[in-house]
Design a protein around this ligand. Structure first.
Ligand SMILES: Cc1cc2nc3c(=O)[nH]c(=O)nc-3n(C[C@H](O)[C@H](O)[C@H](O)COP(=O)(O)O)c2cc1C
Length: 403
């Protein structure tokens, strides 16, 4: 499943440390954020079909969460080739642009700010999701020990092993960059406030970046600089549409999700982060490498700490970190200057009014993993806000009203 190889979310009562930093305003590009509680990108596989088009249901879900300092959309494929899971939304057709407009308008009407995460899965796909049932593409023909989430003949979502992908020809690279460019332009047409380039979690850009998946000998493989070429070409194309101040980039150093590995991650990421610093982006978004550490792997935990410190030292700009945070740990990261913004994933799934719950120290609802992917309202738009728990607001939400 997408992006879920992680420890259980923190829920329950917060320890009584004052959450001051979390509620300090911060400037991100041209935007003044009211606080620092960001909604992380979260795939929910609930686009309407056929066509993988966002609907009023999705608009409702996002608008419920508009009190986030910034809402980052679920990963959104920039092309049919870029899709790796059933029912994820795209941003490559006219109908999808119109669907996303419903979402952007609803979030804006509820007072929120929204970036779209632009996605190409590369090898983490399956022929049944690809145009003409072709093979998924990748930097090299390296089969991942991973699974794609596909629709079976009965219309149900099932897991299927990924296949050996086709290595991209160098002549195809401009068309890949073009897919992101079009996605960025379409996100603008849909009324988004910016975009985030998904360079994390073992998808296409990460596959190019890491040596375990990139065995190329042309200008897109070999040194860190060459493996990072596609990432930077994509960032530059997207910045052409938006200007760098409305573009974020997400990376997952030391991440192993989707069968990823790099021989020299410190070298790879110090090169990338130093170069990213020069772009004047809205933010850099890091999936906390410590998230992949197991409790007894002290050496890995220390390596993750060093990686985080290197990133903070090297990156001259707004730094967002995600992964395993609750209110207290977020506050102490901000207090210690280790990040400027904290993104919350699973807690935002279960708590549409997460900032208010942090502020008032209200108990948190626990997320239900069985409803993360696919389905309808249940486990999506029916987690109650505090106002709904008190009975101040009706719980019905999909009739076009969301508060
Ligand atoms: C259901 C689910 C879907 C996710 N989808 C995405 C995604 O579309 N893009 C992405 O970059 N990360 C995705 N992630 C990772 C989250 O953004 C986040 O990094 C992760 O959940 C760790 O944060 P948390 O401990 O606050 O949940 C997903 C995670 C979950 C649980």
């Amino acid at each position: 499943m997408p992006d879920t190889e992680i420890a259980p979310a923190q829920t329950g009562q917060h320890e009584p440390i004052p959450l001051r930093k979390l509620f300090e305003p911060v400037k991100v590009g041209p935007y003044d954020l009211r606080h620092r509680v960001v909604m992380a990108p979260l795939t929910r596989s609930r686009a309407s079909r056929p066509g993988n088009i966002p609907s009023q249901l999705n608009a409702c879900y996002y608008a419920q969460r508009a009190s986030a300092a910034l809402v980052i959309s679920e990963a959104t494929q920039v092309s049919m080739q870029g899709q790796g899971y059933a029912w994820t939304p795209g941003i490559h057709s006219r109908e999808q642009i119109e669907g996303w407009r419903l979402v952007a308008d609803a979030v804006h009407e509820a007072g929120g700010l929204m970036f779209m995460q632009l996605w190409h899965v590369g090898r983490i796909s399956h022929p049944s999701l690809q145009p003409d049932e072709m093979l998924p593409v990748a930097p090299s023909a390296v089969r991942p020990q991973a699974e794609a989430f596909i629709e079976n003949e009965r219309g149900e979502g099932v897991l299927a092993p990924c296949v050996t992908p086709r290595a991209l020809q160098v002549e195809e690279m401009p068309y890949l960059v073009r897919q992101y460019f079009r996605g960025a332009r379409n996100a603008k047409a849909a009324g988004m406030d910016g975009v985030e380039v998904h360079g994390a979690n073992g998808y296409l850009l990460d596959q190019f970046l890491l040596s375990g998946t990139n065995r190329r000998t042309d200008t897109y493989g070999g040194s860190s600089e060459r493996r990072a070429r596609l990432l930077f070409e994509v960032i530059e194309a997207v910045c052409e549409v938006w200007g760098p101040e409305k573009v974020g980039v997400r990376l997952s150093p030391l991440g192993t999700f989707n069968d990823m590995h790099d021989d020299y991650p410190e070298e790879t990421f110090s090169y990338v982060i130093e170069k990213l610093s020069g772009y004047g982006l809205a933010y850099l978004h890091i999936v906390n490498p410590a998230l992949a550490a197991t409790a007894d792997d002290v050496a890995f935990a220390e390596r993750a700490t060093r990686m985080n410190a290197m990133i903070r030292r090297t990156y001259r700009g707004v730094l967002m970190v995600a992964g395993g945070f609750d209110g207290s740990s977020a506050e102490s990261w901000l207090e210690d200057g280790k990040a400027d913004l904290i993104a919350f994933g699973r807690l935002f799934i279960a708590n549409p009014d997460l900032p208010e719950r942090f502020r008032s120290r209200a108990p948190l609802n626990a997320p239900d993993p069985s409803t993360f992917y696919g389905g309808g309202e249940r486990g999506y738009t029916d987690y109650p806000s505090l106002a709904q728990e008190r009975g101040d607001t009706p719980r019905s939400v999909i009739d076009g009203r969301w508060r």
